[in-house]
Design a protein around this ligand. Structure first.
Ligand code: AMP
Ligand code: GLY
Length: 420
C-alpha cells in the first residue's frame, strides 16, 4: 500500500520509521516531512491544513492510507475531507477531535460519562474568573479553552500568577483560544500518558509513557512540548490501567459513539495518578511527541498493521505484541527553546550514530542546507533507544547523544529520573 503521513516532527519520523519496515508499505510519502524523514520517505510540500490539497495529492500519488500526525489537520477537518473522498485515514474527524480542541467539550463529556477529572468552571468574563480564583484559592489551574499549542495552561501556585494568567488569556495573548477560560482544581500526583487505539467500537491499549515537560533538569524552567519520554510508565500498574480503561476510556468512548461522533484514531489520555487512582487531565486526539518515538521503537513494524486495522474498523482482529522492553528518548532542542530560537545552526556527527533496531536518532526539526544538516525549529532531534531495562535504554540514548556534535543545542541530562 502507498502511505502518506501528515506532519514533519519527531513523532512523524517515528511513524515513518515503523511503516517503512513493514513489508505492506510500498511507497511512503510524508508532508512536509524533514531531513531525517527524507531518508525513508518522499517528502512533499503540501499544505496539510488544506483538505482539498491533501485529497488532490492522494489522488495524484495513488495513496491508499493516510496517517495524520499532529492535531492541527484534525482540527481543520482534513480527516473528514479524506473520508469524504473515500481515502482510508487514521485520525478522527473534526467533531471527534473536539476531545482535544475544546477543554469544555471534554469536561462535559467526562461529566456525562462519569469519568473522574478535576472540578472546573468556564468563564468568558475576566472579573468573574478573578472572583472565582479569589474564592477557591491556590494552587489552581488556568487554561485557554481552545488549542494553544500546549502553551495555554498555567498551574498557579500564587494568586498573583493565577490573575496574571487571566490577564494574558483575556488580553488576547493566545488569540481566539483564550476567548473562554477554564479554571480547574489542582490535581496532585504523578502524571502519565496512556494511549489507546479506538476504531469507533473496539479499544486496544497501546502502551504508556511519561514525558518531561519542563525545559531544564530537575523539572525546572518553562513548559515545553516535551524534552524527553520513556515507556512504559511504571506508575501505570496493571491495576491503574484497568481502572483507567473501565472508568475513563470506555465510558468516554461509549459517550462519543452515543452522541453520533464515534472516535477513530489514537486517544492519548493525560492522567494524574495519586494513591493508585487515575484522574483525567486531558485528552489529545493524536500521539504525543516525543511519546510516539518511544512507543514506535517498542512496537516496530506492527504499528502499521495496528493503525491500518484501526482505520478499517478491524481492531477486534488484532493484538499488540509487546516485548518485555523499555524505550527512552532525549530531545535535543535549539538554544532558547521554548522561546524564540536561532534556526540554521549546523549539526554534525549523525553519520556515526548507530541506526540499529535499538537506537534511532529521530529528526524533529531539520533540513539540508548546502549539504549540511541544520536545525529548523525548537525541538530538533529526538535520540531514542531501547533496552531490556530502562537504565540500559537510557545509557544507550545518552551514549548516542554524546556522538552528536551540535553546539547550538541543549538537552536535559535527567530523562527518566523519576523511574530510576
Ligand atoms: P494540558 O495542556 O491540559 O495537558 O496541561 C499541561 C500540563 O499542566 C499538564 O501536563 C499538567 O502537568 C498540568 N496540569 C493541567 N491540568 C492540571 C490540573 N488540573 N492539576 C494539576 N496539573 C495540571
Ligand atoms: N508531549 C506532549 C504532547 O505531545 O502533547
Amino acid at each position: 500500500m502507498n502511505i502518506l503521513i501528515l506532519g514533519g516532527g519527531g513523532r512523524e519520523h517515528a511513524l515513518a520509521w515503523a511503516c517503512a519496515q513493514n513489508p505492506k508499505c510500498d511507497r511512503l510519502f510524508c508532508a512536509p516531512g524533514n531531513a531525517g524523514i527524507a531518508r525513508l520517505a518522499e517528502c512533499a510540500a503540501v499544505d496539510i491544513l488544506n483538505g482539498d490539497a491533501v485529497v488532490e495529492f492522494c489522488a495524484a500519488r495513488a495513496i491508499d492510507f493516510v496517517i495524520i500526525g499532529p492535531e492541527s489537520p484534525l482540527a481543520a477537518g482534513v480527516a473528514d475531507d479524506l473520508c469524504a473522498a473515500g481515502i482510508l485515514t487514521f485520525g478522527p474527524g473534526r467533531a471527534a477531535a473536539r476531545l482535544e480542541t475544546s477543554k469544555t467539550f471534554t469536561k462535559e463529556l467526562c461529566a456525562a460519562a462519569g469519568a473522574p477529572t478535576a472540578a472546573w468552571a468556564r468563564f468568558t468574563d475576566a472579573a468573574a474568573a478573578r472572583a472565582h480564583i479569589a474564592e477557591r484559592g491556590v494552587p489552581i489551574v488556568v487554561k485557554a479553552d481552545g488549542l494553544a499549542a500546549g502553551k495555554g495552561v498555567t498551574v498557579a501556585r500564587t494568586e498573583t500568577a493565577a490573575m496574571a494568567a487571566i490577564d494574558a488569556l483575556f488580553g488576547g495573548d493566545f488569540g481566539p483560544a483564550g476567548d473562554a477560560v477554564v479554571i480547574e482544581e489542582y490535581l496532585p500526583g504523578e502524571e502519565a500518558s496512556f494511549f489507546v487505539l479506538c476504531d469507533g467500537d473496539t479499544l486496544l491499549p497501546l502502551g504508556t509513557a511519561q514525558d518531561h515537560k519542563r525545559a531544564r533538569d530537575g523539572d525546572t524552567g518553562p513548559n515545553t512540548g516535551g524534552m524527553g519520554a520513556y515507556s512504559p510508565a511504571p506508575v501505570v500498574t496493571g491495576a491503574v490501567a484497568t481502572v483507567t480503561m473501565d472508568r475513563i476510556i470506555k465510558p468516554c468512548m461509549a459517550e462519543m459513539a452515543r452522541r453520533g461522533t464515534p472516535y477513530q484514531g489514537v486517544l492519548y489520555a493525560g492522567l494524574m495518578i495519586r494513591d493508585g487512582t487515575p484522574r483525567l487531565v486531558e485528552f489529545n486526539a493524536r500521539f504525543g511527541d516525543p511519546e510516539c518515538q518511544v512507543l514506535m521503537l517498542r512496537l516496530g513494524a506492527q504499528a502499521l498493521d495496528l493503525l491500518h486495522a484501526c482505520a478499517e474498523g478491524r481492531l477486534h482482529q488484532t493484538r499488540a505484541l509487546w516485548a518485555d522492553d523499555h524505550a527512552l528518548t532525549v530531545v535535543m532542542a535549539a538554544a532558547g527553546y521554548p522561546y524564540a530560537t536561532e534556526p540554521g545552526s549546523a549539526i554534525r556527527g549523525l553519520e556515526a550514530c548507530p541506526d540499529t533496531g535499538d537506537t534511532v536518532v529521530f529528526h524533529a526539526g531539520t533540513r539540508m542546507q548546502g549539504g549540511c544538516l541544520v536545525g529548523t525549529g525548537g525541538r530538533v532531534l529526538s535520540v531514542t533507544a531501547r533496552g531490556f531495562t530502562l537504565q540500559e535504554a537510557r545509557d544507550r540514548a545518552y551514549g548516542v547523544l554524546a556522538q552528536v556534535d551540535w553546539p547550538g543545542g541543549f538537552w536535559r541530562r535527567d530523562i527518566g529520573w523519576r523511574a530510576l
